[in-house]
Design a protein around this ligand. Structure first.
Ligand code: UGA
Length: 448
């Protein structure tokens, strides 16, 4: 005990803890920069020296609106630095945030916890006694319970604090979250996290304090609910397609019921990205391990509805080309899994583009931010330098990611660029009347 009390940082850190952030992807880089913005001294770590060098020089290695400014400001203030050294992290940090990725395992539904385990093992070798490790990565329930003894053996503590930020809104979601959730096994750890999040708590952000398992479950159940909401409206779109109804009006009418609400109720090509698809699969896998697979069997249908929408866009496209892709030129607008992101993980747009190309079409893709990532994951596709280059001479246009640049296209001017004015609006984001009035054959999901 005497040795611990002599720890020089301990007296200071209940008022001003020094933070580290392990993993500098979309979540970690944003968390590090935003915690520095809140006034803390922050050290970010990544095992990739290239990423660390980029961040240290003020360059965000991915597209996230507003993040560069926060990064630059806090590097300049001296509150924020990056390193590849766990030794430096262990010596510096009072509170360590785990922000590494948990992707889907190849060929399985379960999450791959390799990065989490490697990070925790490297960290425990360097941890100072009494420091607090805070898991933010999305993990199967039971993970915190499994990691706790390892961390406590190093004299440190563990808490779980899931993250709900959306790509494209990551800075705002981190600085103004709608809630904070912390899973703790000791009130002292709650007190530490209340110090860390004091500026947000002072601004009125609600904090739910709970156990490890509930904190882990809040995260995956939130994503499962959001995925279910999207697949629900997409299932309605399937019914609309055979009844002549219009899913966009249906969704609008549902949205006025405040118990339902209109957010995440846009029918279209469905969900993709690095979170929703793999999280519902990992959740199903974990439920199976826990013997409650029946409780989540509906998520299988949520996943299936979502994937059917991609097939439906391919079918609509083929129909518009009179039954065969032949050597038709298809312009694909969008590669990112959603607008305001350069993330192409499980991108519905690229999935459709690849399927159409496999069936013989000559595909050209354009995206305002995701071109480099798309070229890396889908090198077999052709890429355009601009919207105009993409559309030029096209026999069919597929609108698959609703960037504002695409939503702002003028139907009459666009018609001048293409060989034939045929359009599938995979995101229900364009005005059908305006496009039809300009002479386009307009098709969309779930509406006439
Ligand atoms: C999602 C959650 O929204 C975040 O709360 C969570 O923190 C994050 O996952 C995560 O687990 O890290 P994100 O993956 O950034 O965030 O993307 P969303 O904005 O949720 O969109 C997901 C997909 O759903 C996109 O492909 C989007 O196009 C699609 N979507 C969204 C629809 O098809 N319809 C809608 O009405 C809304």
């Amino acid at each position: 005990m005497a040795q611990v009390a002599a720890e020089p940082r301990y007296a200071a850190w209940m008022s001003s803890p020094r933070l580290t952030v392990l993993g500098t992807g979309y979540l970690g880089a944003t968390h590090a920069a935003c915690m520095a913005e809140l006034g803390f001294e922050v050290l970010g770590l990544d095992v990739d020296p290239d990423k660390v060098a980029q961040l240290q020089s003020g360059h965000v290695p991915f597209y996230e609106p507003g993040l560069t400014e926060v990064l630059e400001r806090n590097l300049a203030s001296g509150r924020l630095r990056f390193t590849t050294s766990y030794q430096e992290v262990g010596a510096f940090g009072d509170v360590h945030f785990l922000c590494v990725g948990t992707p889907q395992k190849a060929g399985e539904y379960a999450a791959d916890l390799g990065h989490v385990d490697a990070c925790v093992h490297a960290l425990v070798a360097q941890l100072r006694p009494r420091s607090l490790v805070v898991g933010k990565s999305t993990v199967p329930t039971g993970t915190a319970h499994r990691l706790q003894p390892l961390i406590e053996a190093a004299g440190a503590r563990l808490a779980w604090n899931p993250e709900f930020l959306r790509e494209g809104f990551a800075v705002a979601d981190t600085l103004h979250p709608d809630r904070l959730v912390i899973g703790v096994s000791d009130p002292a750890d709650e007190a530490t996290l209340r110090t860390v999040y004091a500026p947000l708590l002072a601004a009125g952000v609600p904090m739910v304090v709970t156990d490890f398992a509930t904190a882990e479950l809040v995260k995956v159940s939130a994503n499962a609910f959001l995925a279910t909401k999207i697949s629900f409206i997409n299932a309605m779109a399937e019914v609309c397609e055979v009844t002549g109804a219009d899913v966009t009006r249906l969704s609008e009418a549902l949205s006025y019921d405040t118990r339902i609400g209109g957010r995440f109720l846009t029918a279209g090509l469905g969900f993709g990205g690095g979170c929703l698809p793999k999280d519902i699969r990992a959740f199903m896998a974990r439920a199976g391990e826990l013997g409650v697979d029946q409780a989540l069997s509906f998520l299988r249908e949520v996943d299936a509805i979502n994937l059917r929408r991609r097939a439906r866009v391919v079918d609509l496209a083929r129909e518009l080309l009179d039954g065969s892709f032949g050597a038709s030129r298809v312009a694909v607008l969008g590669a990112a899994f959603k607008p305001d992101s350069d993330d192409v993980r499980d991108s519905p747009a690229l999935d459709v583009a690849a399927a159409v190309a496999r069936q013989g079409a000559v595909v050209k893709v354009y995206d305002p931010q995701a071109m480099a990532n798309a070229q890396r994951t889908h090198p077999q596709l052709s890429y355009a330098d601009s919207i105009e280059d993409c559309l030029g001479g096209a026999d069919l246009v597929l609108h698959l990611t609703e960037w504002k640049q695409f939503r702002a296209l003028d139907p009459a001017a666009t018609k001048q660029l293409v060989a034939a004015p045929r359009l599938v609006d995979g995101r229900n984001a364009l005005d059908p009347k305006a496009w039809r009035d300009a002479g386009w054959t307009y098709r969309a999901l779930g509406r006439p």
